[in-house]
Design a protein around this ligand. Structure first.
Ligand SMILES: Cc1cc2nc3c(=O)[nH]c(=O)nc-3n(C[C@H](O)[C@H](O)[C@H](O)COP(=O)(O)OP(=O)(O)OC[C@H]3O[C@@H](n4cnc5c(N)ncnc54)[C@H](O)[C@@H]3O)c2cc1C
Length: 316
C-alpha cells in the first residue's frame, strides 16, 4: 500500500520535502497553521499594498537549489534582484505557491499534539484530531517548523531528537512603510553595520511589484529586537520609524505603517545535521535551523529529510 506521510509546517522545508516525496510516489499531507503557504518567505498584503516582511531575497550556492531557482525563474515565480540574489515574483510567497501546487494541504490549523497509535501517527489541534485527506493515519511524520516549536510538539509525543535543542534563532522586529511620493534619491538598499537597524529595502523596487506607492521594509538588528522584544507593535513602529528617518532622511509622513515581530527570524546556531530522524518512531524534523540562516538551507534540509523518509519507505 502507498505510504502516507504527514508534514507539519508548509514553509520552504516542508514544501520541498512534500514535493520530493510526492514525486517519488508517496502520498503526502501538509498541515499549516497559517492560511497561506510559505512560512517566513512571506508577503503581507494590506490596503492594496504588499510587503516582503520576512525573507528579503535568496541566493543559490548548491546545484540542487540553483536548478530549483532556475525553474522558478523560467515560470516567473522568481526574478533576479541585485547581484546574485533573487526574489519571489510578484511577491516572496510566489515560489512556495508554485511548490505547493497539487499538494494536499490542510491550512489554518495549528498542530498541537502528535499521537502514535498502532504504528500510525495522527495530528491533533486544540479541538482534537484534524480532519485530513485519507484517513488521517500516517506511516511517518515530518515536523518542519522552527526548532523551539518542533521541540514542544515532539516532547508532547514523547520523542527526543538529539541536537534539536542546540538550534537558536535571532528575533526580528520588521517595520513596513508606504509613502505617496517616491524618494528616488535614497538608495534602494541600506545595510548599516551596527545599531538598531540591520536592513532597509525599498520593497516596491523589487522586480514584478506593481504599486502606486513607494513601500519600504525595515528590519531591526537582533540585539535591538532582543532588548525591545516586549514592545507593543505601536511602540516598535514609532521607535523604528525614528531610526528610518535618521538613516534615509525621508521625513514625509507615511501613508501606511505597521510592525511585525518575528520571534524566530534568522538561525544563529544551527543543529549541524541536515535533518533529525528517529527511525523507531518514524518521525523526523527539518528546517533552516538544521543548516543555517538561509532560504537555501530550508530547501536543502527538506530535500535531505525526504530522501531519508523515502529510503525508510522503500525498506518497509
Ligand atoms: C525577518 C526575516 C528576514 C529574513 N531574511 C532572509 C534573507 O534575506 N535571505 C534568506 O535566505 N533567508 C532569510 N530569512 C530566513 C528564511 O526566511 C528562512 O530560512 C526560511 O524561509 C525558513 O523556512 P522553513 O521552512 O525552515 O521555516 P518556516 O518558513 O518558518 O516554515 C515553518 C512553517 O510551519 C508553520 N507552523 C509552525 N508551527 C506550526 C504548527 N504547530 N502547526 C502547523 N504549522 C505550523 C509556520 O506557520 C510556517 O509556515 C529571513 C527570515 C526572517 C523572518
Amino acid at each position: 500500500m502507498t505510504q502516507h506521510i504527514g508534514i507539519i509546517g508548509a514553509g520552504l522545508a516542508g514544501l520541498t520535502a512534500a514535493q520530493s516525496l510526492r514525486a517519488a510516489g508517496l502520498r503526502v499531507t501538509l498541515f499549516e497553521k497559517s492560511r497561506g503557504l510559505g512560512g517566513r518567505m512571506s508577503t503581507r498584503r494590506v490596503d492594496g499594498l504588499q510587503f516582503d516582511h520576512g525573507a528579503q531575497y535568496f541566493t543559490a550556492r548548491g546545484a540542487a537549489f540553483k536548478a530549483q531557482v532556475e525553474a522558478w525563474r523560467i515560470s516567473g515565480a522568481a526574478a533576479p534582484w541585485f547581484e546574485e540574489s533573487y526574489v519571489g515574483a510578484p511577491g516572496m510567497t510566489a515560489p512556495s505557491r508554485a511548490l505547493g501546487d497539487g499538494l494536499e494541504a490542510v491550512t489554518a490549523r495549528t498542530a498541537t499534539r502528535l499521537v502514535r497509535n498502532s504504528g500510525f501517527w495522527r495530528v491533533d489541534d486544540a479541538e482534537g484530531p484534524i480532519e485530513a485527506p485519507g484517513n488521517g493515519a500516517f506511516n511517518s511524520l515530518i515536523v518542519a517548523v522552527p526548532a523551539p516549536q518542533a521541540q514542544t510538539l515532539l516532547a508532547g509525543a514523547g520523542v527526543e531528537l538529539p541536537g534539536l535543542s542546540a538550534a537558536r534563532y535571532a528575533p526580528c522586529w520588521a517595520l513596513m512603510l508606504a509613502f505617496d511620493e517616491a524618494h528616488k534619491h535614497v538608495a534602494s538598499r541600506i545595510k548599516p553595520d551596527e545599531g538598531a537597524i540591520s536592513w532597509i529595502a525599498r520593497d516596491s523596487d523589487k522586480p514584478g511589484r506593481r504599486s502606486d506607492k513607494e513601500t519600504w521594509v525595515v528590519h531591526a538588528s537582533p540585539d535591538w529586537t532582543r532588548e525591545h522584544i516586549k514592545l507593543t507593535p505601536d511602540e516598535a513602529r514609532a521607535a523604528l520609524l525614528e531610526r528610518f528617518v535618521a538613516l534615509t532622511g525621508i521625513s514625509a509622513p507615511p501613508a501606511y505603517m505597521s510592525a511585525h515581530r518575528w520571534l524566530y527570524a534568522l538561525v544563529e546556531q544551527a543543529a549541524g545535521a541536515p535533518y533529525l530522524w528517529n527511525s523507531q518512531m518514524q518521525i523526523g524534523a527539518c528546517g533552516d535551523w538544521c543548516i543555517g540562516p538561509r532560504v537555501e538551507a530550508a530547501f536543502d534540509s527538506g530535500r535531505a529529510m525526504a530522501e531519508m523518509v523515502l529510503s525508510q519507505a522503500q525498506n518497509a
